[in-house]
Design a protein around this ligand. Structure first.
Ligand code: XBP
Ligand code: MG
Length: 236
């Protein structure tokens, strides 16, 4: 019995990484007087680590080892990341990042059939609010019973913790849910939580390993829109 749809955000609901998060990070770096610049290729490598603060630290460990860390390094990263969130919200308010094809239809159908919904993401809660309100409307956050996001659990995806947290809040079992994800870290997280997962790939994730997915699609749009089943079965 299907009870709930569990939605990842970045890459799944919208293509937020390349034109949303990435430029917002760069704007925050510039505002802080840092000469760091994350181009699209580098950002693809940085996506190996989820969470913005974690990603900044990963960048310094792996790609910018010459940078002299300030004594209050954690606070420094926190501040930089808070600034990035402000820039990200601005970008969302400009409305340049639309939902991916089929997402709005799916959400509306779930609502009309009283299928419960939740957001399960590693991104900052304010980013979820910004995306939803600027695409689906001011009250759309309330359509989601639970918004599991950001630092709610310390171990972010690929750990299953955020899925377990959301399902516990909703009092649902994994077998009563379907997860929607777009990435390697996403499927690792949902699969480890034993939730059946539908993947919609994107430019950054198209070569990821989705062997644990139940269905791999290029998008959630209707067949007329160029719908293509890449793996798994498509019923009707
Ligand atoms: C997205 C992420 C996040 C965002 C940045 O994961 O990995 O880190 O890139 O968001 P998901 P913050 O697809 O699971 O949502 O800077 O707010 O952490
Ligand atoms: Mg994602």
């Amino acid at each position: 019995q299907l009870e709930a749809l569990l939605f990842d955000v970045d890459g799944t609901l919208a293509d937020t990484e390349r034109d949303g998060h990435r430029p917002a990070f760069n704007m925050a770096f510039e505002a802080a007087g840092l000469d760091w610049n994350w181009d699209e290729a580098l950002y693809g490598e940085l996506l190996a680590v989820t969470g913005g603060k974690e990603r900044i630290k990963f960048y310094l460990e792996k790609f910018n080892t010459d940078f002299e860390k300030p004594a209050d390094f954690d606070e420094f990263v926190k501040g930089l990341h808070a600034s990035k969130t402000e820039f990200y919200k601005q970008l969302m308010a400009e409305g340049k990042i639309p939902l991916r094809p089929g997402v709005e239809r799916l959400i509306n159908e779930a609502r009309s059939k009283n299928v419960r919904m939740a957001v399960v993401t590693t991104t900052t809660p304010a980013n979820v609010t910004a995306l939803l309100t600027n695409t689906l409307g001011a009250d759309s956050e309330s359509w989601f019973e639970v918004i599991a996001a950001g630092d709610i659990v310390p171990a972010k995806k690929p750990a299953p913790d955020i899925y377990f947290w959301a399902m516990e809040k909703m009092n649902v079992k994994p077998e009563e849910c379907i997860a929607f994800e777009d990435s390697d870290n996403g499927i690792k997280s949902s699969a480890a939580a034993n939730v059946k997962t539908i993947i919609t790939i994107n430019e950054y994730t198209k070569d990821d390993d989705f062997s644990k997915a139940d269905l791999v699609l290029d998008q959630m749009g209707e067949p007329e829109e160029g719908f293509e089943v890449l793996a798994g079965e498509h019923h009707g």
